[in-house]
Design a protein around this ligand. Structure first.
Ligand code: FAD
Ligand code: EPU
Length: 307
C-alpha cells in the first residue's frame, strides 16, 4: 500500500502492518464486504490517535454486513493487548480487554466454576461487540453480568456504568465516538458441573442452527414471536440469490455458500421481506449501506466543529 492510499497514517505504521488495506470479507463471519483501511491498535495511545478522524470499530465481525464497495472511513481493530484472558483467574469481579474472545471466556469461566456467562455459549463475538449488541440467548445476556465499561471517547478514557448503556434485547446506547476498551464483569460463584449443566441446555437450544458461514440471525425477533418461524412459515427456507441462501436448517440465518456478495445478501433479504407480511427489523449492523451506521465521529473533527 502506498502512503497516498492511507489517510493520516505514518509511513512507519504502514511498514509495520498496523495500517493496511484489507477486504473486510476476510474479517467478517459472513465473508462478504469490500475494502477498507484497517488500523490495528495495540495500546490506548495508539487508539487515541486512531480515533481522531472518523472511524468504524470492528469486533469479531459476527454481526456485520459491509458494502461490496467497502467503507469510506478507517476501520479500527483492537489488537492482542486488549485480549488478555489471563485476567480470568478465579476472581468474580474482573476487568477484561474488549477484544477478549467470548467463546474462550465462556469456557474458562466454566472451568473456574464461575456463573453468569452460560447464555453466551456459541456466540462468536469479542467482548466489546457483545456489549454493543447485548449478545445472548433466552438463557442470559451480557447485561446480566456487566457492571461497567471503560471507553475511549473524544480522546480520553472514561468509565460508564452498565446502567448508562441502556442495554436491552440486542441493543445498547453507547455514546457516539466511543470505543469500548475494557469491560468489568461480575460473575457468581458456582461449580464447574452446575455451569456446564446450564451450558448444555444452551447448546441443545442451538442445535438447529447452521454451522456454515453466517452472521447469526439476520432479523431481531418481533415481540412474542420468532423471525425464524415467520420466515420459515413464508416458505423461504432454501431461497437463494447467487451464493446467499436462507438456511434450510434455520430460516433466520443467511448462509454464504462460497462466493456470495453483499448485493446478493441484500437482494435475498428484500425477497424475504416481500414474502413475510410483517416488517422485520435487521439485527445486523450495516456499514456503507442505506439505513446503516454512519462512521463514528473522530474527536479532532468534533473539536474543530466546536470552535
Ligand atoms: P461486530 O460484529 O464486529 O460488531 C458489531 C457492532 O459492535 C458494530 O457496530 C461494531 O462497531 C461494534 N463494536 C464491536 N466492538 C466494539 C468496541 N470494542 N467498541 C465499540 N463498538 C464495538 N448474537 C446473539 O446475541 N446471540 C446469539 O446466540 C448469537 N449467535 C450467533 C451465532 C453465529 C454462528 C454468528 C456468526 C453470530 C451470532 N450472533 C449471536 C451474532 C453476534 O455474534 C453478536 O451480535 C456479537 O455480539 C457481535 O460481536 P462482534 O465482536 O462480532 O461485533
Ligand atoms: N423456528 C421455525 N423455523 C425456523 C427457525 C425457528 O419454525 O427455521 C421456530 C422454532 O421451532 C421455535 C421458534 O421458531 O419454535 C424459535 O426458534 P429458536 O429456538 O431457534 O430461537 P430463535 O428465536 O430463532 C433466538 C436468537 C438466537 C439464539 C437462539 C438461542 C434472535 C433473533 N435469535 O433464535 O440468536 O441463538 O434464540 O436459543 O433473538 C442471533 O441473535 O444472531 C442468534 C443466533
Amino acid at each position: 500500500m502506498s502512503s497516498a492510499e492511507v489517510s493520516g497514517a505514518s509511513r512507519a505504521q504502514v511498514d509495520a502492518g498496523a495500517v493496511r488495506r484489507v477486504r473486510l470479507a476476510s474479517l467478517t463471519t459472513l465473508k462478504v464486504g469490500g475494502e477498507a483501511e484497517l488500523w490495528t491498535v495495540e495500546d490506548d495511545t495508539g487508539l487515541r490517535a486512531a480515533t481522531g478522524e472518523p472511524f468504524y470499530v470492528l469486533g469479531a465481525g459476527s454481526n456485520l454486513l459491509v458494502s461490496d464497495e467497502g467503507v469510506p472511513a478507517r476501520v479500527l481493530r483492537l489488537g492482542r493487548a486488549y485480549a488478555a484472558l489471563d485476567a480470568l483467574d478465579g476472581r468474580r469481579d474482573l476487568w477484561l480487554g474488549a477484544a477478549t474472545p467470548v467463546p474462550g471466556l465462556v469456557r474458562r469461566a466454566q472451568r473456574l466454576g464461575l456463573s453468569g456467562l452460560e447464555g453466551l455459549l456459541g456466540v462468536p463475538a469479542q467482548l466489546g461487540g457483545a456489549v454493543v449488541m447485548n449478545a445472548g440467548t433466552r438463557f442470559g445476556c451480557l447485561a446480566d453480568t456487566l457492571h461497567e465499561v471503560e471507553v475511549m471517547l473524544d480522546g480520553s478514557l472514561e468509565r460508564l456504568s452498565a446502567h448508562a448503556l441502556g442495554l436491552r434485547y440486542r441493543h445498547s446506547e453507547l455514546p457516539a465516538g466511543a470505543v469500548v476498551t475494557r469491560v468489568r464483569l461480575q460473575l457468581t460463584a458456582s461449580t464447574p458441573a452446575r455451569v456446564q449443566a446450564l451450558m448444555d441446555q444452551v447448546d441443545a437450544a442451538r442445535k438447529g442452527q447452521p454451522k456454515v458461514k453466517s452472521a447469526g440471525c439476520a432479523f431481531k425477533n418481533p415481540p412474542g414471536d420468532s423471525a425464524g418461524r415467520l420466515i420459515d412459515a413464508a416458505g423461504c427456507k432454501g431461497l437463494r440469490v447467487g451464493d446467499a441462501m436462507i438456511s434450510p436448517e434455520h430460516a433466520n440465518f443467511v448462509v454464504n455458500l462460497g462466493a456470495a456478495t453483499t448485493a446478493d445478501v441484500l437482494a435475498l433479504l428484500a425477497l424475504v421481506q416481500q414474502r413475510v407480511d410483517q416488517p422485520l427489523e435487521l439485527e445486523w449492523r450495516r456499514w456503507g449501506l442505506p439505513g446503516g451506521d454512519a462512521p463514528q465521529p473522530g474527536w479532532q473533527r468534533t473539536e474543530r466543529d466546536a470552535v
